[in-house]
Design a protein around this ligand. Structure first.
Ligand SMILES: Cc1cc2nc3c(=O)[nH]c(=O)nc-3n(C[C@H](O)[C@H](O)[C@H](O)COP(=O)(O)OP(=O)(O)OC[C@H]3O[C@@H](n4cnc5c(N)ncnc54)[C@H](O)[C@@H]3O)c2cc1C
Length: 343
């Protein structure tokens, strides 16, 4: 490993970290990207992208690698939200056209390849926490760098001592089901104990996730999953007979890091590590790519003597308002714990 300091150390090789790494490397900076292996046996959740992903991928010079990622056209959103009936909205009306359902692990790997080709040094990040070094900046995994970009995802700041403020405690209990006869649409269906989303996968399978609060999914989780599925006729029709094994649990809360940058300590957070939104928005990956680029540009300016500043607060506030409007549209279960917390 090099002993002279890198310009930036990026903790987290998800979309935000890769976008930051690619951008900084193309600006001529020396970048190390810490890459912790994901949990859940390599399964990455967050697999449906709207058309807005297209210009972002092109801007990162990742179109050729993206072409190799297994994907399906994302043709419509069908939602039973605020009513038992499901309504369909085609995605071709989006200004950038329809999006994709992708193999998300393959998508993240494609971004890492683009980063490697841009000159980024990929370094294993297992169990590594970057440490502030009063002299040169930051160290982790044998890497020394002047600036740190925290791109470690939702709720787990790469550094101890930072405050993650949760707006709710939502979790996702999800299954990846083998070949199911599902159309090309994303299905969203509200139930008394939360809401469901299901999305077809390029290999013919289906991802089906129940979004709920932890105490509504108390063990055995697979029984609660089945109970919740029985409340969702549109999703049940797609899933067919539910699996016997327990679903995988993912954090899915809305929350933010406070503060999201420090000029004095030379770090900035981006993507979900800065603030993470309710997956209902369906645009977390596009947001992470944008935020990674913005963090890289901020660090680039700071390396030239500018002030490092990124304020996540305004975008987060706007998101919370939009989220509240969405949840207010569902009025069917006035006594429900899940819904009354969000109205
Ligand atoms: C249930 C669910 C469904 C979703 N569906 C969608 C969807 O359909 N479309 C969409 O656009 N978005 C969706 N999202 C949101 C989307 O997945 C996230 O917004 C996006 O992954 C954020 O990217 P990121 O790079 O900020 O973080 P992440 O993708 O979480 O990447 C962070 C990376 O950092 C690594 N890491 C953590 N700590 C360290 C460390 N100390 N050192 C090194 N590495 C570290 C992690 O292993 C991970 O690889 C969904 C989210 C959930 C929970």
């Amino acid at each position: 490993m090099a002993t002279s300091p890198f310009d930036a150390l990026i903790a987290g090789a998800g979309p935000a970290g890769c976008a930051a790494a690619i951008t900084l490397a193309r600006l001529g900076r020396r970048v190390a990207l810490l890459n912790r292996a994901p949990s859940h046996a390599g399964w990455r959740i967050g697999e449906t992208f709207g058309g807005e992903i297209r210009p972002l991928i092109e801007r990162l010079g990742a179109a050729a690698e993206f072409a190799s990622v297994p994907r399906l056209a994302f043709r419509a959103v069908r939602s039973a939200w605020g009513s038992a009936e499901a309504f369909e909205r085609p995605t071709m009306l989006h200004p950038y056209g329809e999006g994709w359902h992708v193999d998300r692990a393959a998508f993240d790997d494609a971004l890492k390849r683009v980063a490697g080709a841009a000159g980024v040094v990929l370094s294993p990040g297992d169990g590594t926490r970057p440490v502030r070094d009063a002299g040169s900046g930051w160290t982790a995994g044998g890497v020394v760098a002047r600036y740190l970009i925290d791109a470690s995802g939702r709720g787990g700041p790469a550094l101890p001592g930072r405050r993650w403020i949760q707006n709710d405690r939502m979790i996702a209990l999800a299954h990846r089901l083998p070949a199911r006869a599902a159309g090309g649409e994303l299905l969203i269906e509200a139930v008394e104990t939360g809401w469901w989303y299901s999305a077809p996968q390029p290999d013919g399978g289906l991802v089906a996730a129940w979004m709920t609060d932890p105490e509504l999914a108390r063990a055995p989780a697979y029984e609660r999953w089945r109970d919740a599925l029985a409340l969702a006729p549109h999703t049940s029709a797609r899933v067919g007979s539910p699996p016997d094994d327990p679903p995988c649990a993912f954090r899915a809360e809305t929350g933010r890091l406070e503060p999201s940058s420090s000029n004095e300590d030379r770090w900035v957070a981006c993507g979900d590590a800065a603030w993470a939104g309710d997956p209902l928005s369906g645009d977390g990956v596009a947001r992470a790519l944008r935020s990674g680029v913005a963090a890289a540009e901020a660090v680039h300016r700071a390396l030239d003597g500018g002030v490092l500043e990124m304020d996540a607060e305004p975008a987060y506030r706007t998101f919370l308002e939009r989220q509240a409007r969405f949840y207010a549209m569902e009025t069917r279960w006035p006594e429900s714990v899940f819904w009354s917390r969000r109205r």
